[in-house]
Write a new protein. Structure first.
Ligand code: ATP
Length: 593
């Protein structure tokens, strides 16, 4: 997958658009953080006053007052920290949700070819792990960065005010810290990116195994799949261990710096007190303030790591979100009115190649499907039949040439209106995890029960009436499992129910037995009156539905005519259909109308 050539921070910076609604909250959070820091910094200064004043001079009342002040400041600080963190987490979770929404909506708008070319696990990991990483950065990483920098600057300024020679030692420790962080950033970036990709790969393997469990069991491949999973999991584990080691080493280095500095400060401070250059209270305050630097320095490692991961996660998020939907409404696209559609479909010198494919699938297809006609598309497997029919509802767009509906380029009408007049049923029918009724009325939510009943009759799907809750039975992945033929019939009923002007059927009866297929065909012939139907066929029995057949070969239409005409005139067609017929033992007696 090509990576962005922008500055590494480019995409992470773009996520600020999701922060915009919370800009005021962020200002408040930072203000609350600054107050918290100020309160935290005030404590060592109070300690200094306590030691140099009441402690050394036996002033009990002053000691009590300073103690009460320290307690109050401590409590206010704790309360502010609670409020800030809660607000931080809350707003960041909202940002994550809206990013996830955008990702999902954009995915829905992307072309079928995009989805075909992407591993589902990679998409899944972007929607889950990556967005959680970005959320952590936008909530904690970013605020930590601002507050810790503010704390460090304030503390160092106060240290200079207390005793500058020792403050210089503390300031100088920024040098090694900067160097370590540079090294860390470089190495961590590669590991973080690799790990995020590996998480996506692992998710894909897990999902494939779940989806293909029957196949795995049937072919006795459980061990093989388990080994594959372990291999991917081990790669991820190795990267994670390497990353953890890198983080631990860096953490140790980051920790060592303030500790070494502290030792120098203790010795130097004691000498300064002995030589009356510092009071005891000032030394105590100096050390207490310096201890306050340990957390920001420690957090630096976390922030760099988190920022690195967030940069990668943002790159991965925008990699999808920036992908051009390719198939969208053209400017000025017209709304197709159902009543105006006659139903002539014309392919005009259509050429098409799949991205990254070595050759064109369609190489100049010219074909006219007359209004109300039922036209079958035949051809050897892989000839491009599904590709050709996918152009009509614009699941893909032609690279060259045009697909015309009643003389109008399908790209000149809105997708929504096009898809209300063109319905599709595929060979591999998908039923969503919802009721049979909802699945059937996907394209016509307003269909009446009588219309649903009629569609069920057409596709011979009586079985739905015997399901436990009839039409309200939940099917799909989270519901009742149906057979391939049952699912095909429901998918066909779904298409029929939209009362389309153009019906595209991509071998929709392949899973039915010959007897049921014949019943469905007979009923379909009735409802197809007045509907232009383009049907991808593999079996001669399905050809019986068609008025004419177009034979697709070598990316062009090699012949159009009735089944008998093509059988008589086109030996290749005869060979393809006879082979299929021999397989099914069913050519005899079949003939197109
Ligand atoms: N999403 C895709 N990306 C790349 N190549 C594809 C894609 N879909 C199909 N192809 C290729 O395009 C060619 C035509 O495929 P298509 O599915 O249109 O053929 P078909 O005639 O419908 O085949 P079948 O009869 O087996 O269903 C095949 O070589 C196939 O491998």
């Amino acid at each position: 997958m090509p990576r962005s050539t922008h500055h590494p921070l480019h995409n992470l910076w773009r996520t600020r658009s999701y922060m915009r609604p919370y800009a005021a909250l962020y200002v408040w959070m930072i203000l609350a953080g600054v107050v918290t820091t100020a309160l935290g910094v005030a404590l060592p200064l109070i300690v200094q006053r306590v030691v140099d004043g009441p402690v050394l001079h036996g002033d009990d009342r002053g000691l009590f007052l300073l103690g009460a002040l320290a307690l109050a400041l401590g409590l206010v600080e704790a309360l502010l920290i609670f409020i800030r963190r809660w607000v931080q987490a809350n707003s960041a979770l909202r940002m994550e949700t809206s990013m996830r929404d955008d990702l999902y909506r954009h995915l829905q708008s992307l072309s079928v070819s995009f989805h075909d070319g992407w591993q589902s696990g990679q998409l899944l990991s972007r929607a889950t792990t990556d967005l959680a990483i970005i959320r952590r950065f936008l909530s904690f990483g970013l605020i930590f960065l601002v507050l810790n920098t503010a704390t460090a600057i304030t503390v160092v300024a106060l240290l200079f005010d207390l005793y500058w020679p020792l403050a210089l030692v503390v300031a100088a420790s920024a040098g090694p810290l900067f160097w370590f962080s540079q090294q860390f950033t470089r190495r961590y970036n590669a590991a973080a990116r690799l790990m995020q990709d590996q998480q996506g790969d692992l998710a894909t393997v897990a999902e494939e195994s779940a989806g293909g469990i029957r196949l795995i069991k049937a072919f006795g491949r459980r061990e093989h799949m388990a080994e594959k999973f372990t291999r991917y999991a081990r790669d991820l584990h190795d990267t994670a261990v390497g990353k953890a080691l890198m983080v631990s080493r860096t953490w140790a280095k980051f920790d060592a710096v303030p500790n070494v500095t502290l030792a120098v400060v203790l010795v130097g401070g004691a000498l300064a007190v002995a030589r009356d250059r510092m009071t005891v209270g000032e030394l105590v305050a100096f050390v207490s303030l310096q201890l306050m630097l340990i957390w920001p320095i420690d957090a630096l490692g976390y922030i760099i790591a988190n920022a690195q991961e967030a940069m990668t996660a943002a790159d991965r998020f925008y990699e999808v979100v920036d992908t051009d939907p390719a198939i969208t409404d053209r400017p000025g696209a017209a709304v197709l009115e159902r009543g105006d559609v006659g139903g002539e479909v014309r392919f005009d010198n259509v050429r098409f190649a799949y991205p990254d494919a070595p050759a064109e699938v369609l190489r100049g297809v010219d074909l006219v499907v007359r209004p109300g006609e039922t036209l079958a598309i035949a051809g050897v497997t892989g000839a491009g039949k599904s590709t050709l029919v996918s152009l009509v509802p614009r699941l893909i767009d032609a690279d060259h040439g045009r697909v015309l509906l009643d003389g109008r380029d399908v790209r000149d009408v809105t997708l929504e209106s096009l898809r209300t007049v063109v319905a599709v049923a595929f060979e591999e029918p998908i039923l969503f995890s919802m009721s049979v009724r909802e699945n059937l009325t996907l394209g016509r939510p307003d269909a009446t029960d009588a219309e649903i009943d009629e569609a069920i009759d057409v596709v011979q799907a009586d079985f739905v009436r015997t399901l436990p809750w009839g039409l309200d039975t939940r099917v799909g992945e989270q519901g009742l499992s149906l057979s391939g033929g049952q699912r095909q019939r429901l998918a066909l009923a779904r298409a029929v129910l939209t009362r389309p002007k153009v019906l595209v059927l991509d071998d929709p009866l392949s899973a039915l037995d010959v007897h049921t297929e014949a019943l469905v065909e007979r009923a379909l012939t009735r409802v197809l009156t007045g509907t232009t139907a383009i049907i991808v066929v593999h079996r001669p029995s399905t050809v019986a539905l068609a008025d004419r057949v177009a034979f697709l070969s070598d990316g062009v239409i090699a012949g159009v005519g009735t089944h008998s005409e093509l059988l008589a005139t086109n030996p290749s067609y005869a060979a393809v259909l006879s082979a299929a017929a021999d397989d099914a033992g069913e050519l005899a007696g079949e003939g197109a109308r």
